[in-house]
Design a protein around this ligand. Sequence first.
Ligand SMILES: [Mg+2]
Length: 394
Amino acid sequence: MPKPTIEAIDFFYLSNPQILDIADGSQDALLVRIQGAGVEGWGECEASPLVSIASWKCPMSHSACKPLSQSYLGKIVGSPEDIKALHHLARSQSLDLLQADHTLSGIDIALWDWLGKVQERPTFELLGFKQSFSKRAYASTLFGQTPEETYQKALEIKDSGFTAAKFGWGSFGQKDVQWDEDLIQAAREGLGSEHDLFIDAGTVWKENVQEAQQRLPTLKKHNIRWLEEPFENDALLAYSQLSKLNPHTPLATGEGCHCFLQAKNLIEFGDIDYIQIDPGRVGGLTSAHRVALLAQSKGIQFVNHTFTSTLALASALQPYLGIEEFELCEYPVSRSEVARAISPSTLNLNAGWVTIPEGPGLGVIPDLKALAPYEKTVEIKIDHELVFKSKPIL
Ligand SMILES: [Mg+2]
């Protein structure tokens, strides 16, 4: 049987009618569809849609700055090794195209989904796992605008059957220590003392170790399981210093990694406890799976980062589905309108544990009818000549 060929790759830019200036990354989306051998695969980039489309179709600037279309279109893909080879080809041919990693993330995910459907196997099997394990979901949401609003959100989460929750971003870290204490206390009171509570500082202290350290007594008082992203993604020294000064406060980070090597640096030099990876940003499942295996070898916990659609969640679980000791799963509970339209249903939860649907590939297919109203038409012209025009999703 001939190996299947990538016949078409299409991008669909979707957006809420209004984008708010809040830390909710699910307000717009870029879906990727791969077609070939009569089969479709789907992936989602966690990135700015328009610039990501541009890196698919921009003119070549030089031999290491080519559009991604040159690396993927028309290629033959019959095995996981073929997907990995294309990933490396694309990264070298688009070395100087900084958006390339974000764009190829969605392509890579769609390829793993597509190959799974071609071979009628789940993606986690293609990645080398013999079985999948359920993960304990933590409800992931933003802090409310006030402690009272945060308390109400925590109550709702507790009543929904989760055994763990995370609150982050908003005004946390932007006022004084007492304000942060009030927010954390509200979350803890709403959630109750028996559930795990995580706090996400959303990079608010950049690389200022002292600012982070001032909050540690509050974190300890309310039994916080981890402090997430106190610093920017590249602040390796700040992470390491905070960790050494406070070895009993676990640190989590990594969602900002745009490639395998950034995650490797955090694991090897950041002294962190949890590496959080978004396949839609880090280079797809090819990179995310490499990070999971590295984390396992270094005794660091791997957790997905997902704040968008169920399609993105199903893909983010694949890199570590077969590794039982990686127990946790970030489970978004405040998805915006467009994220809910991409995949209206959520992944099954059973007593707070999440499993992926059975079926080939990722096991989740976007609802094209539901998301069509959110589609943006995109055209790119150079010297009045059309070089890219988006296709209607239906
Ligand atoms: Mg986060």
